[in-house]
Design a binder for this molecule. Structure first.
Ligand code: HEC
Ligand code: HEC
Ligand code: HEC
Length: 431
């Protein structure tokens, strides 16, 4: 009897949910006025094409729309998400497989409203929740540029997403909850430079795609801002840009922020992992004026403690660090043998070559994900005009076992003035 009752309740619930989802889908799929099928005459000026090339760099379009060694913008790069694999699309002007038959209005609708030419809802692995803020003028310039690249006949690959994430209905529900096309609104109380920075960071730069939290549906949570986020699957932590203990730059000279984005290194930080990629493919190409604008905006973010890590790790970080003498001694020995010749016997580093580990906030952060990554896989600073032949760090994944990685990191986090909680073998086994 109880079972029957439960069965009915469930059935009613499912029907109600179904009806609600159906309504949402209908609302989302209703679409706007259909766009003309044919591309309109679009006479791009050379200046517009050049502007578009620059803006495509600011948005790192090639980073996702080019496979390793593949033709630029031909798509096909697999992007791993917690829900499965999404493949980027062909953005070259090939008429059959790329966007050769798209009008500038189709392109703008994709950027602004996340719909493909045929009206299909696009996956937010394409950062249109950010690109929605890009102006029509900038969208048209990028469109003009993409029409100028060599066409590549490369059909788009089918995404491989787990049910129900692969359905348009799931996307419609997600969009109803988390996405609204919107225009960038300048803050009249701030200088023009700040507003330019806000436009670049929040729009094309899509910094929040990594530096923000995501909800259970994978949507970035705009209200939490750039307060730090774990990058799923890749397993890196993009630290909070609002927290001075993480990646906040409120107390950095503006020129240092520009240097970090331009060359990957600054007196108090160096980029690694996914951020090295961002500098390598995107920010190094931006003008000094645009980087200065981004720096103004970043420096003015309201300071707030990071949202990540979860409370237990935060509590551990707050408690006085207790280190085991045996672990420290083992760590010191490994450090002397494997690390000191680059990072210095006092963790002081070598200016222009090897980052200091003493007083380094990447070393002392509560989230230790990136430390474990850089030890296991090594790291290369991006080669940039400002730092053309960067030094690298070799991978230690085959050299040190989990206990040794824990010991050397415990030592590094507890020496030369660093006073951050130790790591255990459990922490370092995850790799
Ligand atoms: C973080 C990765 C990423 C970045 C950065 C990115 N894209 Fe994409 N883009 C994708 C993915 C993945 C898709 C496929 C989405 C889908 O099919 O639902 C896509 C789809 C698109 C589409 C729709 C194509 C079609 O056939 O429907 C357009 C247009 C597009 N991107 C343009 C751009 C432009 C312009 C930029 C740079 C300003 C850019 N993208 C940057 C990942 C990215
Ligand atoms: C693909 C993911 C990704 C994107 C997009 C991204 N970041 Fe990062 N960022 C990271 C990760 C991971 C780190 C931590 C590793 C490190 O310290 O370099 C980081 C670190 C940083 C740091 C701290 C560097 C240091 O050494 O103190 C700054 C500042 C930063 N990012 C700014 C930005 C800005 C501005 C943007 C947008 C233009 C951006 N990031 C976009 C992943 C990303
Ligand atoms: C051959 C020189 C070399 C050796 C040996 C080396 N490193 Fe590094 N290390 C580097 C370079 C170069 C970077 C910057 C890489 C980057 O930013 O991608 C770096 C980065 C780091 C970082 C990140 C610092 C930051 O500011 O982001 C840590 C932590 C680190 N190393 C620890 C170690 C430890 C522990 C060892 C020994 C097990 C070690 N390194 C051995 C050259 C070295």
């Amino acid at each position: 009897m109880k079972m029957r009752h439960l069965g009915w309740t469930l059935l009613v619930l499912v029907l109600l949910l179904g009806a609600a989802a159906g309504g949402i889908v209908a609302l989302n799929l209703r679409g706007e006025d259909p766009l003309p099928e044919q591309a309109e005459a679009f006479d791009a000026t050379p200046q517009q094409v050049e502007r578009g090339r620059y803006l495509a760099l600011a948005g790192n379009c090639a980073g996702c729309h080019t496979t390793r060694g593949g033709q630029p913008y031909a798509g096909g790069l697999p992007i791993e998400t917690p829900f499965g694999t999404v493949y980027s699309s062909n953005l070259t002007p090939d008429v059959r497989t790329g966007i050769g038959s798209w009008s500038s209005a189709h392109f703008w609708r994709a950027m602004h409203n996340g719909r493909s030419k045929d009206g299909r809802l696009l996956y937010p692995a394409f950062p249109y929740p950010n690109f929605t803020q890009v102006t029509r003028e900038d969208s048209d310039a990028i469109y003009a540029y993409l029409r100028s690249v060599p066409p590549a006949p490369a059909p788009n690959l089918a995404h491989r997403l787990r049910f129900p994430y692969g359905t348009q209905a799931a996307l419609a529900v997600w969009r109803a909850l988390s996405f609204k096309p919107e225009a960038f609104v300048a803050n009249p109380g701030k200088p023009a430079e700040w507003n330019r920075g806000a436009y670049l960071v929040g729009g094309l730069g899509h910094c929040i795609a990594c530096h923000g939290s995501r909800d259970s549906l994978g949507a970035t949570q705009a209200k939490l801002g750039l307060s730090g986020g774990l990058i799923a699957v890749e397993n890196w932590y993009a630290p909070s840009l609002a927290d001075p203990h993480e990646a906040g730059v409120a107390d950095w000279p503006k020129a240092d922020v520009v240097a970090l984005l331009k060359s990957g290194v600054a007196p108090r930080g160096s980029v690694m992992g996914p951020m090295a990629d961002v500098v390598f493919r995107s920010t190094q190409y931006l003008s000094e004026a645009d980087l200065a604008a981004m720096a103004s905006y970043l420096k003015d973010l309201p300071g707030a403690p990071a949202q990540q890590p979860a409370p237990p790790a935060r509590a551990a970080a707050a408690a006085p660090a207790r280190r085991d003498a045996g672990t420290m001694a083992r760590g010191a020995k490994i450090y002397d043998q494997q690390c000191a010749y680059c990072h210095g016997d006092q963790g002081q580093g070598a200016p222009g070559a090897f980052p200091p580990l003493a007083g380094n906030r990447a070393v002392n952060m509560a989230q230790t994900t990136n430390l474990i990554q850089v030890i296991a896989h090594g790291g290369y600073l991006p080669a940039t005009a400002g730092n053309p032949r960067p030094y690298g760090m070799p991978p230690f994944g085959q050299v040190l076992d989990a206990a040794e990685v824990a010991a050397v990191l415990t030592f590094v986090r507890g020496s030369w003035g660093n006073d951050s909680p130790p790591l255990t073998q459990r922490d370092t086994m995850r790799r």
